[in-house]
Design a protein around this ligand. Structure first.
Ligand SMILES: *[C@@H]1O[C@H](CO)[C@@H](O)[C@H](O)[C@H]1NC(C)=O
Ligand SMILES: *[C@@H]1O[C@H](CO)[C@@H](O)[C@H](O)[C@H]1NC(C)=O
Length: 436
């Protein structure tokens, strides 16, 4: 990698998939992870903060037991400490919701109950040499990083509710608009059902007020230029999975479920750590009807790895927007409105299907198509890549811009990735050192 590493700020509510996404970021030499901002969401902010300490402890044990594995994690070293800051502990407005039914009370599938050995037993900052505990609000930490880096260098990755980012724009809008390279945000459901309610994806459900403030700005003072924003919605992330039989075959042969808890004596510390939360996630996912975990947040980190922020020249020279540099990635502009107060539709992205040419064909039920495909089973490798991706629809061709300002054309939405097999391979190699 001769390219300059992309400085990134990760804004996250570390539950199960966030922790895997953070591990992928720490293991990605293309990125320079500068800060982790903790936001409420999957669990409360204190439990979420503790999960980063647990992750730290597991990686340190891993390095002690297998010093060679240090090389796999270029973003985890005492020489380049990652700032750890607490962001928003609740939505801008409205009720606080969390996803403990899925992520457990501790946000990590209740590992603290089954695996006390994984507890971050002390909160003494000196016990975490790879972290710099921030002594100021998250928005100030992000501001310092964005100001100190060259303009348009930093990518800001949102894996949880958009609240802390909205707060950053409220506090430091001018600098953020002027200097931040791009925002990559996992959230929302456009043409597929939600995963928290019938209509909403969890992150957008958790704080639809923040989403509205950023994506439908009421005034320039609370806006962020949407030509430098990439939304990675459930539509695109859902086909990316970690099948548990694959994890068992390639990563941890002893892996079962929480009735057969992971035994630290027989495996690498990092494998024990991930198995300890995945064993419970597996049971929940089986109740949901599949023996696999969906890699939503992991797709967003992958997107950041392969798509550095576009320069102003690249934006100006682009034939069509949005600009995505990575092979196999594409995006289109989509127009929608964010529901904040709905009785049953909080967090829904309301697409006007009478007008939006990019909307999925009315009448074609994407969820039904997906369910039908899944009935035939995933095989790794092989048909997974082709059958799990939503069908290509003619109308998803990028809309012609015709002199419209990009930001008025809608929100750039990632519609294609290099595919689930490519992600599974990258995740396994980088995080667990699985040789393909
Ligand atoms: C819903 O999607 C979000 C994506 O951020 C994920 O964190 C969460 O685990 C998902 N919930 C379920 C029940 O799949
Ligand atoms: C857990 O795994 C064991 C051993 O494979 C199996 O017998 C049991 O049915 C599983 N339990 C659940 C809840 O999936």
């Amino acid at each position: 990698m001769s390219q300059r590493r992309i400085p990134v700020i990760i804004d996250t509510d570390p539950g199960v998939d966030d922790v895997l996404a953070i591990l992928l970021a720490l293991a990605s030499p293309e990125l320079d992870v500068r800060a982790i901002i903790i936001t409420f969401g999957n669990t409360d902010i204190e439990a979420a903060h503790l999960n980063i300490l647990k992750l730290h402890k597991a990686l340190v044990r891993q390095f002690e037991q297998d010093p060679k594995s240090r090389a796999r994690f270029p973003n985890f070293s005492p020489d380049a400490k990652i700032s750890l800051a607490k962001g928003s502990s609740g939505p801008l407005e409205g009720d606080l919701h969390s996803a403990e039914y899925f992520h457990g009370r501790d946000g990590l599938a209740d590992v603290d109950k089954r695996h006390p050995d994984l507890d971050a037993d002390t909160q003494d900052p000196n016990a975490y040499p790879m972290l710099q505990f921030a002594d100021k609000p998250a928005a100030e930490v992000a501001f310092d990083i964005i100001s100190a880096e060259p303009a348009r260098a930093v990518s800001y990755i949102i894996l949880g509710p958009m609240t802390s980012f909205a707060q950053l724009v409220r506090d430091h809008g001018d600098v953020v608009r002027d200097r931040l390279g791009q925002v990559i945000c996992m959230g929302g459901a456009l043409d597929v059902p939600g995963n928290t309610s019938a209509t909403a994806e969890f992150n957008f459900f958790a704080d639809p007020f923040a989403v509205k403030e950023i994506l439908e700005p009421a005034s320039p003072a609370t806006s962020f230029p949407l030509d430098r924003f990439l939304l990675v919605p459930l539509d695109t992330t859902t086909p990316h999975e970690l099948p548990f039989p694959y994890y068992k075959a390639r990563v941890d042969p002893a892996f079962e479920n929480s009735t057969v808890p992971s035994d630290p004596r027989h495996k690498a510390p990092l494998v024990h750590f991930t198995s300890a939360f995945l064993e419970r996630t597996r049971e929940v996912m089986i109740l949901f009807g599949k023996d696999a975990m969906e890699l939503h947040d992991i797709v967003a980190v992958w997107c950041a790895v392969e798509n550095p922020p576009p320069s102003d020249e690249e934006l100006a020279a682009a034939q069509s927007l949005p600009v995505l540099k990575g092979a196999g990635w594409s995006a289109v502009h989509r127009r929608f409105q964010v529901e904040r107060l709905g009785e049953i539709t909080r967090g829904m992205l309301v697409v006007d299907r009478r007008e939006d040419e990019g909307a999925y064909d009315p009448g074609a039920n994407r969820a039904a198509v997906q369910a039908e495909l899944e009935k035939h089973g995933f095989h790794i490798p092989g048909t997974l890549e082709s059958n799990a991706l939503p069908a290509q629809v003619e109308v998803e061709a990028p809309p012609v811009m015709e002199g419209k300002k990009p930001s008025s054309a809608g929100v750039p939405v990632v519609t294609a990735t290099p595919g689930p097999v490519a992600l599974l391979r990258m995740l396994s190699e980088r995080v667990w050192g699985v040789v393909p």
